[in-house]
Design a protein around this ligand. Structure first.
Ligand SMILES: *Cc1c(COP(=O)(O)O)cnc(C)c1O
Length: 343
């Protein structure tokens, strides 16, 4: 199977598995796992923040950040096409009594700034209104096609937030794809955010884990929420060891995933009956079926039967994500299969 559903299908590398079996371990509940402490220091340094905290998943990382910023009865401003709003089971609302205030995502992944302005109550002291406590950015923006959100947009949203005493959270599940794609350091991508989460378990290919980075004060609050959510782990150095390898060895190669996505997109554009949404900016390719013999769902089934796994992605679109488990030869083979299915 050529696995293109998601970059979460990446397998740990041999170097990760070796690091996991030899890592020094301790009880991270006591702050005494030396491997976790090393990963947290490394992540904080790479992100240009004071502190960082290992989390079991990106979903818990986002939730812990939202609850760290937003008191019960406040609201979190989120993109209508964001992972936090669509794919995280309304956790901030369920666990924290925080309302979601969706604002539109433009096709380029940015938040619609007019919607954002309208999301803030004209008279915040009026007890009728929930007061926004945090605004969430996502870079790269997954549902808009793994697009690179310009850093000027981060700055504009952060300026809006600072004026109103609102915190800025960045869902940087694929922040390293963003840094590689934008040609900047990851700390530049993170600069305008009070908290950032990124996934070790996607393109970086570690088996488990996400990191939250931010100021020491934010991370202290995140650790408390992590404990409350049951995400406080013990000999978590087993996980952290793979995360260290991910940060040391798996960042620069993301450019290969981006090149493979372009190779796939060029091929899809040439297959009659398939239509590319837009040229990919990172590792995510979105396309639709225009041939009336197929719907998105029957095409996904037919491709799967011939050895290519694709993912339904809303609005009738199909997603293919490239990652360390697929090389150029797999892409060419996937294109042959798609051409055969459409013939
Ligand atoms: C994958 C993803 C998450 C959640 O990460 P999990 O580890 O799967 O919980 C959050 N945000 C974005 C944009 C993602 O792509």
């Amino acid at each position: 199977m050529i696995e293109l559903r998601s970059d979460t299908f990446t397998q740990p590398t041999p170097a990760m598995l070796a690091a996991m079996t030899s890592a020094p371990l301790g009880d991270d509940g006591y702050g005494e796992d030396p491997t976790v402490n090393r990963l947290e220091a490394l992540a904080a340094q790479r992100l240009g923040k004071e502190a960082a905290c290992l989390m079991p998943s990106g979903t818990m990382a986002n939730l812990a950040c939202l609850l760290a910023h937003a008191p019960r009865g406040s609201s979190a401003v989120v993109g209508a096409e964001s992972d936090i709003y669509l794919y995280e089971a309304a956790g901030a609302s369920v666990c924290g009594g925080v309302g979601y205030q969706p604002v539109g995502n433009r096709p380029d992944g940015t938040l619609d700034l007019d919607d954002l302005a309208a999301a803030y109550p004209d008279e915040p002291a009026d007890p009728q209104f929930a007061v926004p406590a945090v605004v969430c950015l996502e870079n790269t923006q997954n549902r808009c096609g793994g697009v690179l959100v310009p850093l000027a947009h981060h700055a504009a949203v952060a300026a809006w937030a600072r004026e109103r005493g609102v915190s800025v959270h960045l869902d940087g599940a694929r922040i390293f794809n963003a840094a590689v794609g934008l040609g900047v350091t990851v700390s530049e991508v993170a600069a305008d955010a009070d908290s950032v989460q990124f996934c070790l378990s996607k393109g970086l290919s570690a088996p488990i884990g996400s990191m939250v980075a931010g100021s020491a004060g934010v991370i202290t609050r995140v650790r408390r929420v992590r404990k409350m959510l049951g995400g406080n782990m013990r000999q978590a150095g087993v996980i952290a060891a793979a995360g260290i390898v991910a940060l040391d060895e798996m960042v620069d190669r993301l450019a290969e995933d981006h090149a493979n996505a372009r190779r796939l997109a060029d091929g899809i554009a040439a297959v009659p009956g398939l239509a590319l949404e837009a040229p990919p900016q990172t590792n995510i390719v979105l396309f639709t079926v225009t041939d009336p013999r197929y719907t998105w769902s029957t095409l996904i089934s037919a491709a799967q039967a011939h050895g290519v796994a694709l993912y339904p992605f809303g609005h009738g679109r199909i997603r293919a994500a490239t990652h360390s488990g697929v090389g150029p030869a797999d892409i060419d083979r996937a294109l042959e299969i798609l051409a055969k299915v459409m013939a």
